[in-house]
Design a protein around this ligand. Structure first.
Ligand code: ARG
Ligand code: ZN
Length: 881
């Protein structure tokens, strides 16, 4: 069944108050709901329409309308709904349903994770808890009473503030929570368990004291400090950067082990995947620490961008997600290095979102239709959505953007609104017209932007011509031109920034300026240009497009050294590496001997020698474009050639730059040995360089490197160094040391599931031959289970997405394996099954034989029996495209 944006209708009824009582038992849960309802004044007609409440997998025990019990003839039940006929414009519905959270493996609605009860209601999980108008434009005031056995569940939580509690005779107790803010059902949450809390407090700008609590299982209490610090930073930052204060007396985070996504912004009670909260030096890497900081902030920021102002319908999902991702990326940039953060975000977007945008599930930032909304929590909604809001900021400037966001929050506080409302606030606050810009919300696909230049020395004029076009995507053959903010600068022969003056302008502007491209083809002429300039284009990646400019390798080398824009210096290095790697790929395919362009070595040597450059930047430049990115930019990807070429280049770099790599490795390793672990940008940077240097050095297979790696593995005090040493050993030919390290690690961390996830991932990513067999063997390891999404991602997901040579093995065995797992998971956890499928949907990228093998597996899934809407939508769309 297809749901369409154009069919949106305002709800016929509203729910002013929602009073819930949960009775939690080991073998069942009873949910009593009292809904105080009235007709929606905005949808007045003559007669009272029937009322249809959503509900799935509920066993109805009792139903009453205005205290009058209803019998079977008074209502209709289907698999997905309950329909009855109200007799007055205002009424109260009481229902009791029985549900089975203890058997809920889909992790949607109320379920058990280990020994605790928890919920995940976004997008449409609340309908698995009780009969309700489960749509975000129905906002209600909630009170929630939770009753459970005191011994097993001493902590009972829900949204808002606790207002009453008590004991029952039989060892049970209860707590009542009241949330003063109206909210849609998707923001409802409940938690019950034996949890301990790290407590702290925060005083808001206007003086409200807020109690902060992070609830975890007792053994994890020592891993919450980093999340708490991040939360307090995020709360302060949102006051300063967006003028947004927290609004309740208490803010709670709960960590659960079984969770489909990263985390969830339920009002006052955020529920997190434990991987997105728990972090300490000994068990979590620097990357994990940064991810915790970013996700804690993201969920906190939703309190305004999502909760106070929410979405009218799920087509508007990017209204809250795109904006909130932008907000969390700005926060992370301010807390760490802005340039490094931008590099990471852009590399991620170009590798993964561009691939989604070119595949069969391509959709616009505001989609027009869907079968299963869970499938639309995508890179396009989140990451491209963030880029779209960032472009608005680039066009309006920081101040104009802040004026727009202030107006948006003020105008729509307490409302459920659309992306159009967001853009209108930006327009009204700045007196601009963003009509054409809004094509970014409605048109899918990644635009190509081709740029050509023409310099007239005698007239001192320099012309840049831009041509944009966007490939067809499913249901969208033709695209109209986008508004593309193009940040650029011009460099002279010594690398100095030229003043920029466009034809017709009175004065030159120095530094970066932003051109707004609006036409399919458009030229800009710069005047008074004394020498032939070298353009630095799309600075900071000012728009999510594929830029094409015929840079020579020498020009890229020049930009790497001289561009004033840090992001573009890195980008020049990437483009140079792409050119060199593509040349190697061509040589491999032609059966020729591989010859690496020495200019890449010179460039990397210079960067390694640059003591003034942020070590994190050095590490980023040293990281060659990934195999996944090289796949994305290929017309037809030759997996084996890409792998061979990239590995050849890595080895050549390791040999040629052995001395400087060793020098930077040992200097930083020495610092690590002398200083205690600190989770701060400067230290992340240092360790990033140390680690990438070590992974290059090991390619030399020299004894001194092996020795250093084993030493680092054994004696470092933090997971960043230890895991890197382990990964380096796993990918090395030194089998004895590798096996010893793996066994050692598993022994030491067998009781820490998040660390075991990393142990699985490192092995899943081992690109040596035999990858599939290793993964299959690991699935039989006692720490592995398909029921835990983190385990599925760590082992199967890492194999299919990061171990491309092994996954795409020519006989199709990797594909068959993945399809088998999808078929099993379809019955257990449809959301995870549908996500795991993604690599099979990319069949268009590969040679004909692999295409046939991939499609055969999609067909096999389709024929495997009763499919969830999640899996059905992805498979059927992939085969149709
Ligand atoms: N709103 C959450 C976030 O991005 C995502 C939760 C969505 N969960 C899901 N099962 N679809 O912060
Ligand atoms: Zn979010």
């Amino acid at each position: 069944k297809v749901i369409r944006l154009q069919d949106y209708q305002a709800p016929a009824y509203l729910i002013d108050e929602t009073h819930l009582t949960f009775e939690l038992f080991e073998d069942r849960t009873l949910v009593h709901a009292q809904l105080v309802m009235r007709r929606n004044p905005a949808s007045e007609g003559a007669a009272l329409p029937p009322l249809t409440l959503h509900g799935q997998e509920l066993q109805l025990q009792a139903l009453a309308l205005d205290d009058r019990p209803l019998g079977g003839g008074d209502y209709q039940l289907s698999d997905e709904s309950l329909t009855l006929q109200p007799t007055s414009a205002a009424f109260v519905i009481d229902s009791t349903v029985l549900i089975h959270p203890e058997n809920n493996t889909a992790l949607e609605g109320l379920y058990k994770s280990g020994k605790m009860f928890c919920t995940q209601c976004e997008a449409e999980g609340f309908r698995k808890i009780t009969y309700y108008l489960d749509r975000p434009d129905v906002m209600s005031r909630f009170t929630t009473t939770v009753s459970a056995e005191r011994q097993r569940y001493p902590v009972l939580l829900s949204n808002g503030n606790p207002i009453a509690s008590g004991e029952e005779e039989d060892g049970r107790h209860w707590v009542t929570w009241e949330d003063p803010f109206r909210k849609p059902a998707y923001l409802f949450a409940l938690v019950a368990g034996d949890l301990w809390a790290l407590e702290d407090s925060f005083v808001t700008a206007s003086g409200r004291e807020v109690a902060l609590r992070i609830y975890v299982e007792p053994e994890n209490l020592d891993k919450c400090q980093h999340a708490m610090g991040s939360l307090k930073k995020a709360m302060r930052w949102d006051e300063e950067a967006y003028g947004r204060e927290y609004d309740l007396d208490i803010f709670m985070i709960v960590a659960v082990n079984d969770f489909n996504m990263g985390a969830m912004e339920n009002k006052g009670l955020n529920i997190f995947n434990s991987s997105a909260v728990l972090a300490r030096a000994e068990t979590a890497t620097d990357a994990a620490h940064q991810r915790v900081e970013a996700i804690v902030a993201h969920e906190y920021f939703h309190n305004w961008s999502g909760n106070r102002v929410t979405c009218r319908d799920w087509f508007q999902l990017s209204l809250k997600e795109g904006f909130t991702v932008l907000r969390d990326s700005q926060f992370s940039a301010d807390m760490n290095s802005p340039t490094v953060k931008r590099i990471e975000d852009v590399a991620y977007l170009r590798t993964h979102q561009f691939a989604e945008d070119a595949g069969p599930m391509a959709h616009s930032v505001r989609p027009e239709s869907y079968m299963e909304i869970s499938n639309f929590y995508t890179l396009t909604i989140y990451e491209k959505g963030a880029e779209v809001v960032r472009m608005i900021q680039t066009l309006l400037g920081a101040e104009g953007f802040r004026k727009g966001s202030d107006l948006y929050f003020e105008r729509h506080d307490g409302q459920a609104v659309t992306c159009d409302d967001f853009v209108r606030a930006m327009e009204d606050a700045n007196g601009v017209d963003l009509t054409q810009f809004k094509r970014w919300y409605s048109q899918a696909g990644t635009p190509r932007l081709q740029v050509s230049e023409d310099y007239d020395a005698s007239a001192r004029r320099y012309r840049l011509t831009f041509r944009q076009n966007c490939p067809a995507t499913p249901q969208q053959a033709e695209k109209l031109p986008f508004v593309i903010p193009l940040a650029l600068g011009l460099l002279d022969g010594r690398g100095r920034e030229l003043p920029l003056r466009l034809e017709g302008e009175a004065q030159a502007v120095s530094g970066t300026r932003v051109l707004a491209l609006t036409e399919a083809e458009q030229s800009f002429v710069f005047v008074d240009v004394d020498t032939r300039p070298l353009p630095s284009l799309l600075r900071g990646f000012s728009a999510p497009v594929k830029l094409e400019f015929p840079y020579s390798r020498d020009q890229l080398l020049f930009l790497m050294q001289h561009d004033s824009d840090g992001f573009n210096r890195w980008e020049a290095g990437q483009q140079l590496a792409v050119q060199v790697l593509q040349e190697l790929i061509g040589q491999h395919r032609a059966g020729e001997a591989l010859r690496l362009d020495p200019r890449l070595l010179d460039a990397l040597r210079a960067v390694l020698a640059d003591a003034a450059l942020d070590p994190a930047m050095v590490a980023e430049v040293l990281s060659l474009p990934s195999e996944a990115y090289l796949t994305e930019i290929s017309e037809v990807a030759d997996v084996d050639a890409i792998h061979a070429a990239r590995e050849f280049a890595r080895k050549a770099i390791a040999e040629a730059l052995y001395q400087p790599l060793w020098q930077r490795y040992s200097a930083n390793r020495e610092l690590s040995r002398q200083t205690a672990y600190v989770a701060e940008a400067a230290h992340f940077a240092r360790r990033a360089l140390q680690n990438i240097a070590l992974s290059y050095l090991m390619l030399s297979e020299r004894a001194e490197v092996l020795e250093a790696t084993v030493e680092q593995f054994r004696s470092s005090d933090n997971m960043t160094e230890r895991l890197n040493a382990l990964a380096v050993l796993v990918n090395s030919p030194f089998e004895a040391e590798r096996d010893a390290a793996l066994a050692d690690f598993a022994e030491q961390f067998r009781d820490d599931p998040l660390v075991m996830d990393q142990w699985f991932s490192v092995q899943a990513g081992n690109t040596r031959p035999g990858g599939l067999e290793r993964v299959q063997a690991l699935m039989r390891h006692p720490a592995f289970t398909l029921k835990n999404p983190n385990k599925v991602r760590a082992l199967i997901g890492a194999f299919a997405n990061q171990n491309l040579v092994n996954f795409h093995q020519g006989d199709g065995s990797g594909y068959r394996f993945l399809a088998d797992q999808v078929i099993t998971l379809n019955a257990l956890n449809p959301q995870i099954a549908a996500r795991l499928l993604a690599p099979l949907t990319r069949w268009r990228k590969y040679d004909e034989r692999r295409q046939a093998l991939l499609k055969a597996e999609l067909e096999r899934i389709l024929a495997s029996g009763e499919l969830s809407s999640d899996v059905y939508e992805v498979v059927s769309k992939s085969l149709a495209a």
